[in-house]
Design a protein around this ligand. Structure first.
Ligand SMILES: NC(=O)c1ccc[n+]([C@@H]2O[C@H](COP(=O)([O-])OP(=O)(O)OC[C@H]3O[C@@H](n4cnc5c(N)ncnc54)[C@H](O)[C@@H]3O)[C@@H](O)[C@H]2O)c1
Length: 248
């Protein structure tokens, strides 16, 4: 009987994971378990140092074009090529629109959306030329729900959904698929301080039909599936991994 790793077809795959935070590092573990070779990039050296053995790392700030191009060049150099890109970089700052400063708008859009465009474009050039590739982005339920105090974040995630669709269409004939996962609230550094405020975790949990918030492990299966050979004909999708949050 074929093993799960044969089924996934990721043994020896060359995977670039951008963002070694809560979701990114859980995905890295899963890719390593599937036999892939992983390069992790993040601007935070401490996050990279905390990754398990065997993961190749490079400290990169993805806010610049050069940083994004360096990340892809490092994958080619250190892994020998690039088959899979996972973009798991993001920040948020919760403020009402009327109190949102220009700098917060620009910084959130730059890190969440512009880095996806620049990194996706650099990776896309390599993948289209190779005639194969998988790109997976982290969107959010905020891409379609109007959470208050989420103006720039929601705009960046709505932008991810459309960027994914256009890249998917442009590269489909070159064997490159592009998809996103859209999580609901998951406990990571990004959300912890907010969720830890009195009553907040209970309030969000009450809006999830599954009756709980997500964990990073709820996301790794969908990401690995989208990267796998089983998802060869799946492109341009935003997969909501949210326990039904967007149904209500
Ligand atoms: N945690 C959630 O509830 C949740 C829900 C929906 C979507 N998401 C999305 O999932 C993705 C990952 O989020 P997470 O929860 O793992 O957050 P996280 O804060 O744990 O990880 C984000 C990582 O991005 C890195 N990063 C930030 N700016 C960078 C830059 N300029 N260059 C390089 N690296 C940079 C950070 O150092 C960090 O390691 C994000 O896109 C986030 O918006 C998270």
């Amino acid at each position: 009987m074929a093993s799960v790793n044969d089924w996934l077809g990721l043994n020896g795959a060359r995977v670039l994971v951008a963002g070694a935070g809560g979701i990114g590092s859980a995905c890295i573990e899963e890719f390593m378990a599937a036999g892939a070779n992983v390069l992790a990039v993040d601007r935070d050296q401490a996050r990279l140092a905390a990754l398990g053995e065997g993961v190749v790392t490079e400290q990169v700030d993805l806010t610049s074009t050069a940083g994004c191009e360096d990340a892809v060049a490092a994958a080619r150099e250190r892994l020998g090529g690039l088959d899979v890109l996972v973009h798991s970089v993001g920040i948020n700052r919760r403020t009402p629109i009327l109190d949102t400063e220009d700098e917060d708008w620009s910084r959130i859009l730059e890190i969440n959306l512009t880095s996806a465009f620049k990194l996706g474009r650099a990776a896309g050039r390599v993948m289209v030329q190779a005639g194969f590739g998988r790109q997976i982005y982290c969107s959010s339920v905020s891409s379609i729900l109007a959470h208050p105090d989420h103006g720039p974040y929601a705009a960046s995630k709505g932008g991810i959904n459309q960027l994914v669709r256009v890249m998917a269409r442009e590269w489909a004939s070159s064997g490159v698929t592009v998809n996103a996962i859209a999580p609901g609230y998951v406990d990571t550094e990004l959300t912890k301080a907010h969720l830890d405020q009195p009553g907040v975790r209970r309030h969000y949990t009450s809006m999830v039909p599954a009756g709980r918030l997500g964990t990073v492990h709820d996301l790794t299966g969908p990401v690995v599936y989208l990267a796998s050979r089983q998802a060869a004909f799946v492109t341009g999708h935003v997969l909501y991994v949210d326990g039904g949050r967007t149904l209500v």
